[in-house]
Design a protein around this ligand. Structure first.
Ligand SMILES: [Fe+2]
Ligand SMILES: [Fe+2]
Length: 368
């Protein structure tokens, strides 16, 4: 998962930057959006649209790779060889999701280095859910079942998001999330069919994960400053509250099948509305975790920074190898100059219109 509206000030500022009087370009752009056309990297777009996407896609990418940490901790402790192999594949998938998403954000003119720097300095956010600890094996079941389940709810509408590279990345990501959700549910099913102690582990994990997962959809629509503009741009196609309701309606019967009790005394079926009613969300806890004071915020960020530093020699070796083969070293400055320096020729080739080889040649030409 993992787009989550978080920074209130930034969202409000973005909304303010949105044009109040439409220029002819703005009007033509909105017409394309209204006609359900995809916007591609070479197309004209309002600056605020580009900024909103960079923030959302990079935050989504960060969530994928920070999300590898709580589950990665359990790879060596998975109860069987089969569970270990499945979890390993799942965590690798999340790394892949991060890479597609960083690549999609790069098509908007932001460099990978800038995005990583924003994450490591604490400027960029990632989904609040990954700041909670994974205490037992049942937590791994709950993450797959609930966190990946919430991710699917959130990401399926993004397959029709107006920005082409983001929408296309989501199609594959959603297929993989579906496997993740099933593997999590399968862990829960095995525990719930096991000994009373195993079933207690499953219930305890559900008790701890339920509310943080309900918060994953972000603040209530009435408190979400950017929703209207994102909806008009077809970046966000379903509101936070509607997604949350959809998730709860789908998940309650799954908990019933497991014989587990959802920790919400106010949860009840409303036959007239055709939806479950549910209790009040503790938004104070949500903002506390988003703003850096959750159970494991510091540990997660420190683990990410350490992984980046530990991998430095690999990046340096790859750059040296590329230089030795006469392809020139990658020039991070060339990638930093933003949208204006985006070269449509470079964008014509390769996946989602971004060809790293073409970008490298261009960078070396510049150096020469
Ligand atoms: Fe993912
Ligand atoms: Fe996933």
């Amino acid at each position: 998962m993992y787009t989550q509206p978080t920074d209130r000030k930034e969202l409000a500022a973005t909304a303010e930057r949105a044009p109040r009087t439409l220029t002819p370009e703005d009007a033509a752009f909105q017409q394309r959006i209204d006609a359900d056309e995809f916007i591609e990297p070479r197309d004209w777009m309002p600056q605020a649209y580009c900024k909103t996407l960079v923030r959302q896609i990079s935050q989504h990418a960060h969530s994928e790779i920070v999300g590898m940490l709580p589950e990665g901790n359990w790879i060596t402790r998975a109860p069987t060889l089969k569970r270990k192999a499945i979890l390993l594949a799942k965590v690798q998938d999340e790394g892949g999701h991060g890479l597609y998403l960083y690549a999609a954000a790069e098509t908007l003119g932001v460099s990978r280095d800038e995005m990583i720097e924003a994450l490591h300095s604490g400027k960029a956010k990632y989904s609040s859910i990954f700041n909670y600890p994974t205490l037992t094996w049942a937590d791994i079941g709950c993450i797959g079942w609930l966190v990946d389940g919430a991710a699917i709810m959130n990401q399926i509408p993004l397959c029709r998001c107006s920005y082409g590279p983001y929408a296309r990345a989501m199609i594959r990501v959603c297929k993989e999330e579906s496997f993740h959700q099933r593997q999590g549910y399968d862990i829960m099913l095995a525990l719930c069919r096991g000994t009373p102690e195993q079933k207690n582990l499953a219930q305890d994990a559900l008790d701890r994960w339920w509310w943080p997962v309900v918060m994953m959809f972000g603040p209530s629509d009435k408190d979400s400053t950017h929703s209207a503009q994102s909806a008009a741009w077809k970046i966000k196609r379903v509101s936070n509250d509607d997604l949350r309701q959809k998730f709860i309606d789908a998940t309650v019967p799954q908990a019933d099948l497991l014989g587990l009790k959802i920790p919400d005394a106010d949860l009840k079926w409303n036959a007239r509305r055709g939806h479950y009613e549910f209790g009040a969300v503790d938004w104070e806890e949500f903002w506390r975790v988003v703003n850096g004071d959750g159970p494991l915020n510091r540990e997660r960020l420190a683990a990410r920074v350490k992984a980046y530093e530990d991998g430095r020699w690999v990046r340096e070796a790859a750059t040296a190898y590329a230089a030795k083969r006469g392809r020139g070293s990658f020039d991070p400055d060339a990638a930093k100059h933003g949208r204006d320096s985006f070269d449509p020729d470079v964008a014509k080739h390769g996946r989602d219109s971004f060809d790293p080889d073409a970008a490298k040649h261009r960078a070396s030409e510049k150096v020469a």
